[in-house]
Design a binder for this molecule. Structure first.
Ligand code: BG6
Length: 475
């Protein structure tokens, strides 16, 4: 073991993230204000771990003041969450703001600002209104793109003088991939064309919102939070390398390229056509995407993705799926977070940073989510009842270290945000894997209690130095 210390620049974000639907709960929610997540949960509650879902979540709606005090205690410089589109309006088509819900956000934001914590706000973190999903097919519809722009307009009008860093989507690829490509989530439909249509409309919606923001002359920036997976081929053989390139094209570049370079990769467009994937796009839409690229990116990075060339022929009876070109590969001996089943490989951050530096014009970006979900954390409680989450401190240290090294190597990386500030409800995993600096006690009315990592995080901010042990002994 050797001990290393690295300086954390003064302007470097040390924050944490969450989202509206994963925290606020249904208090005050009105009839007709369900989100896609709410109707999935209502239709299919049994697939959510022990039945926990968005209904109570962490009850943030009623406890945001207490939460902000804890953020201050944990030393956060920034906090990222979303506004819940499905609750922001009482009429999505006319854009009638739900004053009660908007007031909650007024207060929550004011509370953060008073505590010296900068809010970063995402317009959608899977909170597509159920009404739009049921009546228009969600993001398959151009009408929904227009209604999203109307929503952005109302949100900017109300909060532009308080919030300056905006994001259109969190992980825009996720819902349609789980629903329309993999059929793992309600309503379990497999349709690759619908998948691509959702991708395109979210790219288009981002461009339109960027345009709107600039035309209105607001101060600040509009970005998006993406989850490109650093994809390593099993081997250096051309067939494995091609598998990794294909994965990258379909899942990473489908958002990275239009949002940063203003165009879809030609190879992707050609492959979609070759496989009969139909998506409706026009020259005007592509021009909008070209002319309105994002100001910055948030990147969510949890684990490496490893692939190899497919070992079997494709079943022609099934719709085209990008897995036509790859198969997952599990590296023997890999380090694992066994609770979540995710490989731990901190180097992903450095590799992603160099990719953005070299291939994406070194656009400003930050780690928007990184973190470790652990089951049964109660077993790590000390005599005073505080969870001793040394594994989380180790995980953050190693990942933050790679972030800072990348910055020293010229990456335009603005900071590191932990997922998540508190334990919260995740899609299906619910409260099974705990991610927070702050524990949420489900047996005790969602009471909050700081874990050991919260104090450690605060010390990072105070000392602006990360010290960690690196396992580098030849044993
Ligand atoms: C990210 C999402 O992909 O991962 C979050 O933006 C999610 O919404 C987080 O909660 C952790 O994933 P999971 O499934 O372990 O909770």
């Amino acid at each position: 073991m050797s001990q290393k210390s690295i300086t954390i620049p003064q302007d470097f974000i040390l924050g944490a993230a969450s989202s509206a639907w994963q925290t606020e709960g249904w208090s005050g929610k009105k009839e007709g204000q369900d989100s896609y997540m709410d109707i999935w949960y209502k239709n299919d509650r049994h697939v959510w771990h022990e039945g926990y879902g968005p209904a109570v979540a962490t009850d943030l709606y009623n406890r945001y003041r207490e939460e902000v005090a804890l953020m201050k205690q944990a030393g956060l410089t920034h906090y990222r969450t979303s506004i819940n589109w499905s609750r922001f309006f009482t009429d999505y088509e006319k854009g009638v703001v739900d004053e009660e819900y908007a007031r909650y956000y007024d207060n929550f934001i004011d509370e953060m600002l008073a505590a010296g914590i900068e809010p970063m706000i995402c317009l959608e973190h899977y909170e597509l209104p159920a009404y739009l999903f049921e009546n228009y097919g969600g993001w398959a519809s151009k009408k929904v793109v227009e209604l999203f722009v109307l929503y952005a307009e109302k949100v900017f009008e109300r909060y532009h003088h308080k919030v300056s860093r905006w994001f259109t989507f969190n992980e825009p690829i996720v819902v349609q991939t789980r629903v329309y490509l993999d059929a793992l989530r309600w309503p379990y439909e497999q349709n690759t064309s619908t998948w691509m249509q959702w991708n395109h409309h979210k790219n288009l919606a981002t461009a339109k919102v960027v345009k709107l923001f600039r035309e209105k002359g607001y101060t600040g920036s509009v970005g998006a939070i993406l989850n490109p997976e650093v994809t390593y081929p099993r081997s250096s053989a051309p067939h494995d390398v091609k598998a990794a390139e294909m994965y990258d094209l379909f899942y990473n570049r489908v958002f990275l390229d239009p949002m940063v370079h203003g165009r879809y990769p030609q190879a992707l467009v050609a492959l979609l056509e070759q496989h009969g994937v139909q998506w409706d796009y026009s020259a005007d839409e592509l021009a909008l995407i070209r002319d309105n690229t994002v100001d910055e990116l948030g990147i969510n990075l949890y684990y490496p993705h490893r692939v190899k060339a497919p070992s079997r022929a494709w079943n022609p009876q099934t719709p085209f799926h990008p897995a036509y070109y790859y198969e997952p590969f599990e590296l023997p001996g890999r380090r694992m977070n066994k609770s979540r089943g995710w490989e731990i490989y901190p180097r992903i951050i450095y590799d992603m940073a160099m990719r953005i530096k070299n291939d994406y014009r070194n656009i400003p970006w930050f780690i928007a989510e990184s973190g470790m979900g652990i089951e049964n954390e109660g077993q790590f409680r000390n005599a005073e009842g505080v969870i001793q989450d040394n594994y989380r401190i180790g995980f953050i240290s190693e990942h933050l270290y790679q972030t800072l090294l990348a910055r020293e190597a010229g990456a335009n990386c603005q900071g590191y945000m932990l997922w998540a500030f508190t334990d919260n409800v995740s899609p299906m995993n619910a409260f099974k894997n705990r991610y927070g600096l702050i524990e949420i006690d489900l047996q005790n009315n969602r009471a909050r209690r700081a874990k050991k990592s919260a104090g450690w995080y605060r010390a990072l901010r105070e000392t602006r130095t990360l010290t960690l042990n690196i396992d580098d002994d030849w044993k």
